[in-house]
Design a protein around this ligand. Structure first.
Ligand SMILES: [Zn+2]
Length: 135
């Protein structure tokens, strides 16, 4: 059961789909989001409702299958974990880098070295401040 539709009441129908590619078609047809089904925190399916004709038309749309690639909280609301990747240059070597968060500065190659350098500098400052006990 990937996509299914049934009558709710008074000409309003519900559309259930496990196909993420059908979501755009459903929204474009004017269907309203109704419910998010999740399993172990991952979105498994979505349900929409709307006019009988619109729901039946969307149910017939042929699109390749794709699972929902998102997460849901304990209230069944969809949550976004990471936004779109930001293209920037590595602060150390300047190579192109697709950052998954705004704070990401270094590419995979430079990250470990940059972290070690930061630790070295921080510890040196700490020793200057607190550990200079020579009298
Ligand atoms: Zn780099």
């Amino acid at each position: 059961m990937v996509t299914q539709c049934w009558e709710l009441a008074g000409g309003t129908w519900a559309l259930y789909t496990e196909n993420a590619n059908l979501e755009a078609a459903a929204l474009q047809a004017g269907l309203r989001p109704m419910a998010v089904y999740s399993k172990h925190g991952r979105v498994k399916a979505k349900q929409f409702c709307g006019e009988a004709e619109a729901v039946k038309a969307v149910a017939k749309v042929q699109v390749p299958f794709a699972p929902f690639n998102s997460y849901a909280n304990e209230f069944g609301e969809e949550v976004k974990l990471a936004g779109p990747k930001v293209k920037k240059a590595c602060a150390a070597c300047g190579r192109a880098l697709e950052a998954s968060t705004n704070r990401q500065e270094y590419c995979d190659r430079c990250r470990a070295r940059a972290r070690k350098q930061a630790v070295r500098e921080r510890v040196a400052r700490y020793r200057q401040r607190c550990r200079d006990v020579t009298l």
